[in-house]
Each structure stands twice: as C-alpha cells, then as structure tokens.
Design a protein around this ligand. Structure first.
Ligand SMILES: Cc1cc2nc3c(=O)[nH]c(=O)nc-3n(C[C@H](O)[C@H](O)[C@H](O)COP(=O)(O)OP(=O)(O)OC[C@H]3O[C@@H](n4cnc5c(N)ncnc54)[C@H](O)[C@@H]3O)c2cc1C
Length: 303
C-alpha cells in the first residue's frame, strides 16, 4: 500500500503535524511519499521522497493551485491513501481532491481498526469504524491521534509544479480575537471537564487555578453547556496550550482534547475512572471524586 502525505506551511512556517502524518503512515505500514508547498530552507526530516513546490511560486494557500499540485503528486505516486491533517488546510483541500478523483473521503480519522478508519460521531461521544468502498481514499487525520515520527536524514526532493487560473486569491491569515483570555502563555492551566457535573462545581476548578496562579481551561462539553466561555476551550477546536502544569479535572481524554494539551509539561488528571484514556498521557492520575479531592488540593496550595 502507498500513501501520499500532505504536509503544510502555516503562517510561513512548516507546521509540525507533518511528523504525525509520518506516524500515520507507520501505523498503516504504507510506503510513504510526502508533498509540501513550502520553503526550501525549512524541510521536514522525512525519510522518503518529498514532492516539493516553492511557497514563493505557489503561495501559502490557494484552493485551485494547491489542489492541482496535490493531483500532480498523486499522478506521480499513485497512492492508495492521500492523507491530510485535520486542519483548515486539510478541511478545505481534501474534499476538493476527493471530488476531482471521484473517490471516498473520510474526515477526522483518529485510529485504524482492522483496516477500517476510526472517526468520532455523535459530537464526539461515540466512535465508528468506516470502510470506504473505493480503493483509493482521501483522509484527514486528527491532530494528536498518531504519534509523531521524524526521520534522520534529508528527504529526497522531487520538484512538482502545476498551473491554474485561480478565481480565489489568498491574502493572508488573521488569528481570531482572543476574547481577553490567552491560555497559550499560562504556566498553569486547570481545566474543567464534564465530570465537574454542574456549573457550581466549576468554582472548585477556579479556586484551584487561583491558588496556583494559573488559568482556567475547559473541555468542549463544559463550553457547550455554557459553564465556561468558548475562549477557555482546550482542544482541536479550541486553544492549544503548553503550560508547565496541566490539571485535567473530570476530563476523559478524548483525542480532540488531547490535541490541545499534548505540549504540556506535567499532566495531573483527576478522574473517578481509573481506566479513563487521560491516564495514558497523564504523569499522575488521581482516582478520586473531584468534588472531594479539589478542595483538599486547593487548601494545600493555599496553606
Ligand atoms: C470535530 C470535533 C471537535 C472537537 N473539539 C474538541 C475540543 O476542542 N476540545 C474538547 O475538549 N473536546 C472536543 N471535542 C469533543 C471530544 O470528542 C469529547 O467529547 C470531549 O473532549 C469530552 O469532554 P470531557 O472529557 O469533559 O467529557 P467526558 O468524555 O464525558 O468525560 C468526563 C470524565 O469525567 C469523569 N468523571 C465523572 N464524574 C467525575 C467526578 N465526580 N470526579 C472526577 N471525574 C469524574 C468521567 O470518568 C469521565 O472520564 C470535539 C469533538 C469533535 C467531533
């Protein structure tokens, strides 16, 4: 099986998700090639053929031009799998490529199960395994779902080119307004998950964060319930944080949440379920009811 991995540049820099694409290729056991529209002086440490187009000629993004570059590389590689990251680049480009190839597209893949692609459904509450009926498949993979793999040497560069008469012109990227909360710089983030149970118990998380001089974060259900504002959501559709200390309170550890906190230093999780997936990434899992445990911890730090 062959795969073509689509790396990307974001705001002028090589996005580090390329190594997760390489990790995905390792999990599927496929013979991998990569495509990058990027800077020649910032190449991924990928052991394999790298189809390369210079960003100065093709821009950081243009839907038609970049689609045509991907199709050119597909013509050279003949991959079974065309794999994007589940980012705004992948969201926009993957369906365009799939439509041009008249092939199946599976979004937001978080695992492989017996040859099928695992994706979330029911707003992330359940998982399903998808087996496309077309031989070739275009995929996007969830950030954080596949362990990054970096190679040792230089990639083998293969120039790729394409033309288009684009109806759309890419002008640049503007980050969204932060609503006054910037979790990305906080040294300590204490996050509330659905396990807090109700709005009042979010106060326990606030008190611990205050005692530690940190910020309050949240998983998506807490934001969806209106217990905390969206600006505090951590995860693939929230903020990406990298504090020295991350405390996950009543958070199960869904891949979409992990994507936002995987760069944290020390991770402490408080959960009643000793088998919660957050335990796999936590340095310390305290199996306890947070309603009992958080006030004890807060009191220790206040003392
Ligand atoms: C496209 C997409 C994007 C998403 N983006 C994000 C995102 O950016 N961020 C995000 O967080 N999620 C996101 N999600 C949702 C994600 O899939 C999960 O549903 C969500 O992260 C689960 O949140 P949770 O861990 O708080 O809740 P749950 O998964 O319900 O976990 C609650 C945990 O609390 C524990 N618990 C219960 N009671 C207690 C107690 N008294 N004391 C201690 N522990 C207790 C339980 O054992 C459980 O482990 C996204 C989903 C999709 C499909």
């Amino acid at each position: 099986m062959k795969s073509l991995l689509i790396a990307e540049c974001r705001q002028g820099r090589l996005a580090d998700g390329w190594a997760e694409l390489a990790g995905f290729a390792g999990v599927t056991g496929s013979e991998a090639s990569m495509l990058l529209v990027g800077h020649p002086d910032e190449l991924p440490r990928f052991d394999g053929p790298l189809y390369f187009a210079d960003i100065r000629d093709f821009g950081e993004y243009n839907p038609e031009l970049h689609r045509n570059l991907v199709l050119e590389a597909i013509g050279a590689v003949h991959p079974d799998l065309v794999v994007f990251q589940h980012t705004s680049y992948g969201w926009d480009l993957a369906p365009r490529v799939a439509a041009a190839l008249k092939t199946a597209q599976v979004s937001s893949v978080s695992g492989i199960d017996d040859g099928g692609f695992v994706t979330a459904c029911c707003n992330g509450k359940m998982r399903r395994t998808v087996r496309p009926s077309t031989h070739r498949v275009v995929l996007t993979i969830q950030p954080g779902a596949f362990a990054p793999v970096t190679g040792g040497g230089e990639p083998e560069l293969r120039p790729v080119s394409a033309s288009a008469d684009p109806a759309i012109r890419y002008l640049g990227t503007r980050p969204p307004a932060m609503e006054g909360i910037d979790l990305t710089r906080a040294p300590v983030v204490v996050s509330a998950g659905r396990g807090v149970g109700n709005r009042e118990n979010v106060g326990l998380v606030r008190e611990l964060a205050a005692a530690l001089g940190g910020e309050v974060g949240a998983s998506r259900p807490v934001v969806d319930a209106g217990w905390l504002e969206y600006g505090r959501q951590v995860g693939s559709t929230g903020q990406e944080v990298s504090p020295e200390l991350y405390i996950a309170c009543g958070i199960s550890g869904a891949v979409q949440h992990l994507a936002g906190m995987k760069g944290s230093g020390f991770v402490l999780a408080v959960n009643t379920d000793r088998d919660a997936p957050i335990g796999e990434v936590a340095d310390l899992l305290v199996v306890a009811d947070l309603v009992e445990f958080l006030p004890l911890l807060t009191a220790r730090f206040k003392a």
